[in-house]
Design a protein around this ligand. Structure first.
Ligand code: ARG
Length: 563
């Protein structure tokens, strides 16, 4: 039971039910000074009701309250101060973790409501950038956080698979392309054709007309154009999926921009019906003066739709299909202004989920000081970064634990985990520079550090020869285990906080604190000594292992049993 709940129950009984547990819980405070107890209840809120001085109410309560669950309870002025019984408290917390196992920390705040998460969303025929990596791992973790809070996340990969660039790509492929090359290495070759198009196009601007023509054909469903576009899309997705597999991320839907092509007229009609469209220099716009924003450009003067036209269709589709409790977009902070405009247009249209549309922005990421980009000469590919990281992990493991049987598998879990954790431990909005060697250190604020602490815990548990762990008659009263117990007890609140702020770093930072507390305990305590506290110590270690593993799972990081 939560400590506040324990206190609230005792108070409610002492007050003969005049206040119910829920009302009391919100009034309970955590005194800054531990001399004033672990939790405190202010009595002045009852003065009017009881027509008594708060001091009197406090001492009356202390007189009546059942002190059995506490070390002691005392009145101090208008407060009732509760001092927790550490042994009992620890026993409660540990028993709670052990009985709920990986379900520990689960709540039902979301009531099963759908939450659509627009995430990853790379562009077809281009490499996945580090920005898309961030969107993928942040989105994936936010989805896990939402499930842990009782929501039903729907992960949607809003691929950039439509636009005039496909006219250029088709033109370039037909001139210089080779089927075998594309099959072998799709992204690199498609990028090559695209880059060549732009080079040649400078001298031969008539190529632009050819490209425009191909895009028009594509829009009109021409067989050849459609076949090529579908093929580019397919091979691109296959290449992306290799990376998603490495990261251990999957999606519920791949509804890219093209998916909404047949829904765009509906958007324009709806906007028109609601009187929101105006003409400006031939273009069709929605005025957003009221929001202090630039107008949203819905149709160009030639009638072509835009990124936002497709996003309006997307939001409407999600609304009708999922009736989402929230509609989230995990997209870099450079699109913050754009999402304000999108939200404003949807609000004007009266789309129900508009008020629960949240853009979840994040900062830039560089690797060893280098930016990833598709246009500049040398590009750092995400795939290469992941492979480099796995290689470093492999070397470290070979040194540390040469006899490990499943070295390759563990190297993958550590190498990929280091990158994912390295991203998620920072508040999303910060820019981060990645130094692979640093992220892979087993000491310090890294993913491998947390994985290693958990593997250590598992190794002790294996050595104990036991498979069932339980706690009764607890006698743990050292400072190190008390520290761990308090952290274990915090986990459910961390799960809630991470959700209300869409912030995986809350869980990552928490897991570092718990791993650190555990390592301290491990260094100071002979866990496997045969005395009558051994079972309690093992139960504590098992609880730590459960919560570290669950924290890492929420982040999308694997927990090797041994490393
Ligand atoms: N494809 C876009 C890009 O790479 C991101 C799409 C974000 N999602 C959205 N619904 N606009 O910049």
């Amino acid at each position: 039971m939560e400590n506040k709940e324990l206190v609230a129950k005792a108070l409610s009984n002492a007050l003969d039910g005049t206040l119910n547990v829920e009302d009391i819980i919100n009034k309970i405070e955590r005194p800054k000074d531990s001399k004033m107890g672990d939790l405190a209840f202010p009595t002045f809120i009852l003065a009017k009701k009881f027509r008594k001085a708060p001091q009197q109410i406090a001492s009356d309560i202390v007189e009546k309250i059942d002190q059995n669950d506490f070390d002691h309870v005392e009145a101090a002025g208008p407060y009732v101060n509760f001092f927790l019984d550490k042994a009992k408290y620890s026993e409660n917390v540990i028993a709670n973790v052990l009985s709920q196992a990986s379900n520990y920390g689960q709540n039902n705040d979301g009531n099963g409501g759908n939450v659509t998460i627009d995430m990853s969303s790379p562009n077809i025929a281009k490499p996945i950038s580090m920005g898309h990596l961030r969107s993928t791992v942040i989105g994936n973790s936010v989805a896990n956080i939402l499930s842990k809070n009782g929501y039903k996340p729907i992960k949607d990969n809003h691929l950039g698979d439509w636009g005039t660039q496909f006219g250029k790509l088709i033109t370039a492929y037909l001139m210089w392309g080779n089927e075998e090359d594309v099959k072998k290495d799709p992204i690199n070759n498609l990028v090559k054709y695209y880059v060549k198009f732009h080079k040649v196009d400078k001298e031969k601007p008539e190529l632009d007309d050819v490209a425009r023509d191909w895009f028009r054909k594509l829009e009109n469903g021409d067989e050849e154009a459609t076949k090529l576009w579908k093929w580019f899309r397919e091979v691109s997705i296959e290449a992306f999926e290799k990376i998603y597999d490495k990261l251990g991320v999957s999606f519920d839907t791949y509804n890219g921009e093209a998916f909404y092509n047949d829904k765009l007229q509906g958007v324009v009609d709806d906007l028109d019906k609601k009187g929101l469209l105006t003409k400006s220099q031939g273009a069709t716009i929605v005025d957003l003066d009221k929001y202090n924003l630039n107008p949203a450009l819905i149709l160009k003067s030639d009638g072509a739709s835009l990124y936002i036209t497709r996003d309006i269709a997307t939001a409407m589709y999600r609304d009708e299909t999922y009736h989402p409790a929230m509609n989230l977009y995990v997209v870099g902070s450079e699109q913050t202004y754009y999402f304000k405009q999108l939200k404003a247009v949807l609000t004007e249209m009266g789309i129900p989920s508009a008020k629960d549309l949240h853009h979840i922005p994040f900062g830039l990421i560089t690797v060893n000081g280098k930016k990833l980009s598709t246009r500049s000469g040398r590009i750092i590919l995400l795939d290469e970064v992941l492979d480099d990281s796995i290689e470093i992990a492999k070397k470290q493991i070979a040194e540390k634990n040469p006899d490990l049987p499943n070295k390759d598998e563990v190297a993958k879990e550590v190498g990929v985990g280091a990158i994912v954790f390295g991203d998620l431990q920072n508040e999303k909005i910060n820019n981060i520079d990645f130094n692979l060697e640093d992220q892979l250190r087993f000491e310090g604020e890294t993913g491998p550090y947390v994985q290693y602490a958990r593997a250590r815990a598992e190794s002790i548990l294996r050595k104990s020869g036991k498979t069932e762990f339980s706690i009764s008659d607890n006698k743990l009263n050292d400072a190190e285990s008390w520290n761990i117990v308090k952290l274990l007890n915090d986990f459910p609140q961390m799960v809630k906080l991470a959700c209300s702020e869409f912030e995986p770093s809350v869980i990552a930072k928490y897991s570092l604190r718990l791993a650190k507390a555990f390592n301290k305990y491990y260094a100071h305590t002979k866990i496997l000594d045969d005395d009558d506290e051994k079972d309690a110590r093992l139960a504590l270690v098992k609880s730590v292992s459960i919560v570290l593993k669950e924290s890492l799972r929420i982040l999308g990081v694997k927990s090797p049993e041994e490393m």
